[in-house]
Design a protein around this ligand. Structure first.
Ligand code: PMP
Length: 427
């Protein structure tokens, strides 16, 4: 536990700094080499899906009689689209099963919206020289990279415990018709881990009434079934809400099995209205003759039994939860009774988002690296890598073992405390 820094005299602060610096030097000598940067499944998690290999056993015929070894079928295999429909909570007819990466599908969908338009002639975003996208912050750096790549200006909006600040989102849309998109990671958001409230989902479904007809919500439901416990909050179905609001064209939904089976060798899904799907498929057909149906069939058969997806995700949770618990225990022990850091006690997904006191994220990341713990670069959770407060750090504990997470968090909490004490000494 760290004493309240504001109550310490300059001499007491100096003594504390010297003690923490010594502890830091000792930690450095442990020669740790740990990585809490990217949200990847651990080897044990990947092992859960090893049965995918060889699963087809020479039977390449899909349920509809398609030889999956051959070209064709832009929509994907029906039985695999059913898996996507389960993940996205949508009718199978509105789900496309694509290649192995949902990020690629998001890039393609955004590129199509930008270059070709999703509602026919005149709807391409590039016709508006000021096309912009709302980005809840902190958020996912690879979403920001897509916008940056396409030259779409990003406007940050704050995240709350219930999702994006909807007053800010609605106000921005009312004031600026050049805003064409909103990024969302609605369940176990990357990185804050929060689940959008029912009210937020309802208001997001209404955005299509406030914004112009070319506006789209990119609903990246990457963690829809990635709960760490049975009590984790559920997410309201955005398409049901859109149907009620008459705004089905305003949302594009994405998911993949990257963090269910093999990361980067899974199946990605797009769920959208008939109209959006029609425009997206017209453009996709210029890119590909069809997706990897062999992999799609393996996935469909792997999860063919009722309840098998749920049971599989429980096994993931059993491996992930102790790692998350370890992070949360360290944070609670070190900062539960002071104001040196803030975080959410997440119940799913892959991340814990931590805020230092303003101005200390970069320094904390630098100190941690010096002691052998690699963290996601400070700022990565903000558009253009610019966290105006220099406070947010994303912690991704899935890959290291529990004892490695324990070591890494010893370093992390010490570095946050040391940086905070040094800052207090300067004021
Ligand atoms: N969306 C989010 C929110 C993610 O966190 C990740 C992986 N870190 C992805 C998408 C990547 O998905 P995929 O592997 O399907 O491209």
């Amino acid at each position: 536990m760290t004493p309240d820094l504001a109550s310490l005299s300059q001499d007491q602060l100096k003594a504390l700094e010297s003690d923490l610096s010594n502890q830091y030097d000792t930690l450095k000598q442990e020669g740790l080499s740990l990585d809490l940067t990217r949200g990847k499944p651990s080897t044990e998690q990947l092992d859960l899906s090893n049965a995918l290999d060889g699963l087809l056993g020479g039977d390449y015929q899909s349920r509809d009689g398609v030889d999956v070894r051959n070209y064709g079928g832009l929509d994907g295999l029906t039985e695999c689209r059913e898996l996507g429909a389960e993940l996205l909570g949508m009718p199978v007819e509105q789900v496309l099963a694509g290649g192995s990466s949902s990020l690629t599908l998001m890039h393609q969908a955004m590129s199509i919206a930008y270059h070709d338009g999703l509602s026919g002639p005149g709807s391409a975003w590039h016709l508006d020289k000021n096309a912009k996208c709302l980005c809840p912050v902190p958020g996912y750096d690879r979403h920001f990279a897509i916008c940056e790549h396409l030259g779409i200006e990003m406007i940050p909006v704050p995240m709350t415990d219930a999702g994006p600040d909807m007053d800010a989102v609605e106000k921005a849309l009312e004031q600026d018709p050049s805003i064409k998109a909103l990024w969302c990671v609605p369940r176990f958001s990357n990185p804050t881990g929060i689940v959008y409230s029912d009210e937020t989902v309802r208001r997001i479904a209404h955005l299509g009434r406030i914004a112009g007809e070319h506006f789209r919500v990119f609903w990246d439901n990457a963690y829809s079934v990635h709960a760490l416990n049975d009590q984790a909050p559920a997410l309201a179905n955005v398409f049901d809400a859109c149907r009620e609001a008459g705004t089905e064209d305003s949302v594009l939904q994405f998911a993949s099995t990257s963090k269910i089976t093999f990361a980067g060798s899974g199946v990605a899904f797009l769920g959208a209205s008939d109209k959006n799907l029609q425009h997206i498929k017209a453009s996709l057909s210029a890119l590909t003759i069809g997706p990897d149906k062999v992999n799609q069939l393996r996935h469909a058969r792997f999860f063919a039994q009722d309840g098998s997806l749920k049971a599989h995700m429980k096994q993931h949770a059993a491996l992930l939860k102790p790692r998350f618990d370890t992070v949360l225990k360290h944070l609670n022990d070190a900062f539960g009774d002071n104001d040196l850091g803030q975080w959410n006690a997440v119940e799913g997904g892959y991340f814990i988002s931590f805020n230092t006191r303003p101005g200390l994220a970069k320094e904390t990341v630098r100190l941690a690296l010096g002691a052998g713990v690699k963290l996601t670069p400070a700022g990565a959770t903000y558009p253009y890598g610019k966290d105006p407060e220099d406070a947010n750090i994303r912690i991704a504990p899935s890959v290291p073992s529990v004892s490695e997470v324990d070591d890494a968090m010893r370093v992390f909490t010490l570095c946050v405390t040391l940086a905070s004490v040094r800052q207090a000494l300067q004021h």
